[in-house]
Design a protein around this ligand. Sequence first.
Ligand code: S3P
Ligand code: PEP
Length: 438
Amino acid sequence: MAPNTADTALWPAPHASGAVDATVHVPGSKSVTNRALVLASLASEPGWLRRPLRSRDTLLMAGALRAMGIEIEEGVGPDGTGEAWRVLPTGLRGPATVDVGNAGTVMRFLPPVAALADGPVRFDGDPRSYERPLNGVIDALRQLGARIDDDGRGALPLTVHGGGALDGGPVAIDASSSSQFVSALLLSGPRFNQGVEVRHTGATLPSMPHIRMTVDMLRAVGAQVDTPESGGEPNVWRVTPGALLGRDLVIEPDLSNAQPFLAAALVTGGKVVIPDWPARTTQPGDRLREIFTEMGGSCELTEYGLVFTGSGSVHGIDVDLSEVGELTPGIAAVAALADSPSTLRGVAHLRLHETDRLAALTKEINELGGDVTETADGLHIRPRRLHGGIFHTYDDHRMATAGAIIGLAVEGVQIENVATTAKTLPDFPDLWTGMLGA
Ligand SMILES: O=C(O)C1=C[C@@H](OP(=O)(O)O)[C@@H](O)[C@H](O)C1
Ligand SMILES: C=C(OP(=O)(O)O)C(=O)O
C-alpha cells in the first residue's frame, strides 16, 4: 500500500472563541482492537469484536489476518446494535503478503502468528516501517525455531517461513526500544508447542500498561500467564500452551485518542464529557486523569463516563512518561501553552515511533515561536507566546492532534496532512469541529 503521505493539504486548525462544552464519543481503542483481532484469529472457536475501531491500523491488521486465511465478517453485533466483527479462525495459511503500513502493532504482533502459518508470509510496509525496530521479534522467533529471511538490519521487509507450528520455549530479548516485542511473543505464545517464556534483558522497558493489556486480554480468552506482578521473576513472562476461547468482546473507547478533547477543555477552561470511559482499564490514556489534573483541570468519573473540566489556568509539569509514551505529543502541546515550564522524561524510545517525535515536536513548536529543547530522554518546554504558521505532521497522527490543540489557543495554525489521523482516528476533523460547535 502507498504510504499515507499523499495529502499535503493544509487544514486551518480551528481557534476556540471561548470555553468548549461538549460530549465527545471517542471510537474504539487501537491497541485493544488489534490485540482482540489477533487473539480471536488464534482461538479454537469463532469470536466477536463489538464497537471495533475502524482505522488504518486496524484495517491493516484485519487485512493481514484475512491474507493468512482468517475470515473476518463485518456487520452488526449479536444483539443487533452497533458495528461488530465476527472472526472465524479457520486456519493460518501461506503464501501470503502482509502490508503493515506504519502500524507497530501489525509489524510486531504478526510475525509470530505467521510462524504458525503453513507457508511463507512476506511483510512489507511504509518507508518508515523499515526504520522501526523489529530485531526483538526477529531474534526471538529464530531462537524459538522459526525460519526468517531478512536483510540483516533487524527490520522490515522480511519473510517468515511458516512451518504450521513452532516449538516455542524460553527466549531472551532486549525490549527497551518497544514493549510491543514482549506483547507480540506473549500473544501467540499459547499456540507454540511449549508455550513461551519471555525474559527482558534490557535496562528499561517502556509502556508497561500495554504489556498488562496483553496479559489481561490473554487471560480473558483462557490463557495461563505468569507475570512479575503475579509473583514471578522480575522481567519474565510465561505463557502455558493451550487452546484459546472465542469471546464476545466490547472494545473500550481509545483513551489516548480522548486526549486532544480533554486537552481542549484544559486549554479553553471548558468542559468535555467522554462517554463510556471504563472504570477499570489497562489503557495508558487513563493516566490523563492524573496528568491533566496536575496541569490544571479536574475530573469526575461517573457511570456515564468521564467529565473533565478546565480551570482557565494551565500549569507546567515534570513527569516521567515512560509508561505512557504515546501521550507525549498531546502533553507537549498543552505544556507549550502553560504558565510555567515542563520537563517530560523517560521517552527516548519515541525517536523510533511513527516519526522521531522528540525532534518533530521540538521543531514544530519552535517554528511557532516556542522554546523547546530535546534532552537525552525527553523534552524541556518553556512556554512562550506562540504565533500562527504551518505545523508539519510527518505522517504522525499524534503530531496532527498535538497541532490542533495548539491551534485552539493560537490563531492561524495550519496542520499539514490532517488526514494522517486516519491511522487511529479517521473522524478526527469532524469530531474536533463538532466539539467546537462549528
Ligand atoms: O502495544 C501497543 O498497543 C502499544 C504499545 C506502545 O508501543 P511502544 O512500547 O513501542 O512505545 C505504544 O506506544 C503504542 O502506541 C501501542
Ligand atoms: C506509537 C504509536 O503507534 P504504533 O502502534 O504504530 O507503535 C502510537 O499510536 O502512538
